[in-house]
Design a protein around this ligand. Structure first.
Ligand SMILES: Cc1ncc(COP(=O)(O)O)c(C=O)c1O
Ligand SMILES: N[C@@H](CCOP(=O)(O)O)C(=O)O
Length: 462
């Protein structure tokens, strides 16, 4: 298995090189040269596996022997032993057709832990085996940062710098990142939005000389390892429902911002997982929902919402989807991305738009509807949704079809977003690790949003 760039200007590289490269050196995103196909027989065999066993099988398809199987098994076992639930990502049934796939049982109470516990251990492994310097640079709207820091804090040979939008993440998210006192962690609070943070890091990664000089590595979903690790829970959830005889028509509703999580579902489907429908749920920052509905990909005005981790306009993984939508035509992707840079929009129509609408259904959830969904589910199912998951649930309810088993991906624990929950007079008890954060000192630098300023910070930290 080799990895190629969506822009076609990187010679095929192996798994470890792809992880280390992060953003492709030609500015594109890395994808597998061929998507491995999983047969019906293999699916049947995988159905009885534990989460870790399943992850090992799926990763093996992509690692292709570059990491000995026993080492890969240890990496996987170590990564998922930190989860509080023995099933890692359990499926919770709400009623006869509604399910919640709980992805928040990892150390930082968000779905990011599923991939970032693994990627943190993988980086430590690669650093030991290949003597590579690992200097991680990431951007976060709140969850990736906390989770990535947790994955590598205190690890020898690794340093991590995370940019987050100053005062635009929840209090718990901010505390999770900034109360970490390990010397290998630097938190920069940027005066701007998540899109500013993401643009800055992408521009720094695209400066290949700077990237190589400072050994910059990615932990965002531009790194293909993130996507691969996130495919596993789609398979796992499918198997849990199949055991209940619910495998005929399964839809997944995915709270979406950077398009990484739902792209992992798309990849799982391309591998052969029988997914009926992928529902793309956005908040009021609804560029992606508008794209699916109307074929226009064009950022609107930034909206601060109750689901701040999805307050994203320009979605990283959109480019990976374009690559497959246009039949793996790297030249077409390159020209579309150049057009987006120059004109600020991409418009598609006709059969291509029909294909998008066959691949995804989409719905954007307004602030009030998000809160209503939290109240409704709490009253009806005695189940507390976080506001991101509530967007997924609202979209799922809106687009559900008869005879469908509807799985909503629960991407965060409600305790991370108590600001929104309190607006509906619902009180919750914080889990102990979250409560403990409020007594700790914080470490962060507030910085302006210019590349030069960030570059200077990195030069003195790395
Ligand atoms: C809680 C939560 N839900 C949903 C999302 C959106 O996921 P993605 O960016 O992969 O689309 C994020 C951020 O990534 C998040 O932190
Ligand atoms: N919502 C994310 C934004 C970054 O997304 P990623 O999946 O590319 O890391 C966050 O919480 O930081």
């Amino acid at each position: 298995m080799k990895y190629i760039s969506t822009r076609g200007q990187v010679a095929p590289i192996g798994f470890i090189d792809a992880i280390l490269m992060g953003l492709a050196d030609d500015g594109g995103l890395l994808v597998p040269e061929q998507i491995p196909q999983v047969s019906a027989d293999t699916l049947a065999q995988w159905q009885q596996l534990t989460y870790s066993e399943l992850a090992l099988e799926i990763f093996s398809l992509y690692v292709n022997g570059e990491i000995p199987r026993e080492d890969l098994k240890k990496l996987v076992d170590d990564s998922y032993s930190t989860f509080r639930h023995e099933e890692v990502t359990p499926v919770h049934q709400l009623d006869g057709s509604r399910y919640v796939l709980e992805l928040f049982h990892g150390p930082t109470f968000a779905f990011k832990d599923v991939a970032l516990q693994f990627l943190g251990n993988l980086y430590a492994y690669v650093s030991r085996k290949t003597d590579s310097i690992i200097h991680i640079l990431g951007a976060t709207s709140g969850d990736t940062g906390a989770s990535a820091i947790e994955g590598v804090r205190g690890k020898e040979g690794i340093r991590i710098c995370i940019l987050h939008p100053h005062q635009k993440v929840s209090k718990v998210q901010e505390l999770q990142m900034t109360t970490v006192d390990d010397a290998n962690v630097l938190n920069l609070a940027v005066e701007g939005t998540f899109d500013d943070c993401q643009r800055i890091i992408k521009e720094l990664f695209a400066d290949v000389e700077f990237k190589h000089k400072y050994h910059l590595r990615a932990i965002n979903s531009i790194n293909i390892a993130r996507i691969l690790a996130q495919t596993v829970y789609y398979f796992y959830a499918y198997f849990q429902l199949a055991k209940q005889g619910q495998a005929n028509k399964i839809s997944f509703s995915v709270p979406t911002g950077n398009f990484g999580d739902i792209f992992a579902g798309y990849l799982a489907k391309k591998m052969g997982l029988p997914v009926h429908k992928l529902i793309l749920a956005t908040n009021e920052n609804n560029i992606l929902a508008r794209f699916v509905q109307e074929g226009v990909y064009q950022p609107g005005d930034f909206r601060g919402t109750y689901s701040p981790s999805m307050d994203i306009q320009v979605a990283s993984n959109f480019e990976r989807y374009m690559f497959y939508l246009y039949g793996e035509d790297a030249a077409k992707v390159t020209s579309l991305m150049a057009q987006f840079k120059a004109e600020g929009s991409i418009v598609i129509e006709g059969d291509v738009l029909k294909q998008v609408q066959a691949d995804f259904a989409a719905y954007s959830v307004e602030n009030e509807e998000c809160l209503n969904t939290i109240s409704d589910y709490h009253a009806k199912y005695q189940y507390l949704l976080d506001p991101h998951t509530a967007c997924g649930a609202a979209a799922s309810d809106r687009l559900a079809e008869d005879g469908e088993a509807a799985v909503v991906l629960s991407t965060a624990h409600p305790a991370k977003f108590d600001e929104a929950i309190r607006l509906r007079q619902i009180s919750q008890t914080y889990p102990e690790p979250i409560q403990a954060l409020f007594d700790k000192p914080q470490f962060q630098k507030v910085v302006g949003g210019t590349n030069e300023e960030i570059q200077k910070q990195l030069e003195s930290f790395f």
